[in-house]
Design a protein around this ligand. Structure first.
Ligand SMILES: Nc1ncnc2c1ncn2[C@@H]1O[C@H](COP(=O)(O)OP(=O)(O)OP(=O)(O)O)[C@@H](O)[C@H]1O
Length: 256
């Protein structure tokens, strides 16, 4: 078993005066492993992530962090008109030190992160003038530049076109496999979890959740129960491709 980078024991999340979002959770995020977080709207994915990060206090239980954690939010509004390069350099603030200016090495690391996401051409542009999807890529680059041990990403592909979705999913896989980073990412797309996750946490509503290996948790039956619509596992086979994915059936209406 890889080294745990984050552990929770009996963790209960939620907001004061409201029922807990789910039953006590023992979660292990281990180096080199990817955990996908699925759940319907409002089931508590963002709340869980913010609790793991220490931004929200648990209602009960403990979170133990064993390394540097970085977070990629869904959205971020910058108070000033930073350039994209400056935004990524902010990710290295802990390495640069108070009142120091970024070194050549810091700028190189920031440019490498932008290049890994295929957006180095945006380096000089103002962050506030980018599209939502471009901003999302910059936030991922900023997290990459921190060289952290655990990366938590809130729907990192939500605003991205299919091509950038593929880049980000491949990048997450590479970060875990080659750099031994522990990754937790939330998604509404079970096909992404199927491609790269080792473990899956599925928030089912009514305080219930399923947590375990991808093969145990990410099944058509569980997804059908989660989304309350039929979801089928499909095998895609052609001369050059072979993979398994999930296809939802969007209702009984006749769309012709
Ligand atoms: N600051 C807050 N105070 C009180 N309740 C909140 C607060 N933030 C979120 N909630 C509630 O907590 C529940 C979980 O919200 P959360 O944002 O964690 O869900 P989510 O699974 O991330 O949803 P989505 O998939 O729509 O992003 C929701 O019912 C939401 O209304």
């Amino acid at each position: 078993m890889s080294q745990p980078t984050l552990l929770t024991h009996g963790l209960v999340c939620g907001y004061r005066g409201q029922a807990p979002l789910f039953h006590p959770l023992d979660l292990t995020l281990a180096a080199g492993k990817i955990t996908a977080l699925l759940g319907g709207n409002g089931q508590g994915k963002t709340t869980l992530m913010r609790t793991l990060l220490g931004q929200l206090k648990p209602l009960a239980g403990q979170v133990t962090r064993g390394g540097q954690v970085n977070f990629v939010p869904q959205r971020f509004s910058a108070a000033f008109s930073y350039s994209v390069l400056d935004m990524v350099l902010i990710g290295r603030a802990n390495k640069i030190g108070l009142f120091a200016t970024p070194s050549r090495q810091d700028k190189h690391a920031a440019m490498v992160a932008l290049t890994q996401l295929g957006i180095e051409h945006l380096a000089k542009q103002a962050f506030n003038t980018l599209s939502g999807g471009q901003q999302q890529l910059v936030l991922i680059a900023r997290a990459l530049a921190t060289e952290c041990e655990l990366l938590i990403l809130d729907e990192p592909t939500a605003a991205l076109d299919l091509s950038y979705q593929a880049s980000v999913i491949q990048l997450l896989h590479r970060l875990a496999a080659e750099h031994n980073i522990a990754i937790l990412f939330s998604t509404h797309d079970p096909a992404q979890a199927e491609l790269i996750a080792d473990e899956v946490l599925m928030l089912m509503g009514n305080q219930q959740y399923l947590y375990g290996s991808k093969s145990d948790v990410l099944t058509a039956a569980n997804l059908t129960a989660l989304y309350e619509l039929p979801v089928q596992r499909c095998q895609v086979k052609s001369d050059s491709l072979q993979f398994s994915t999930f296809v939802p059936y969007f209702g009984s209406m006749n769309y012709e």
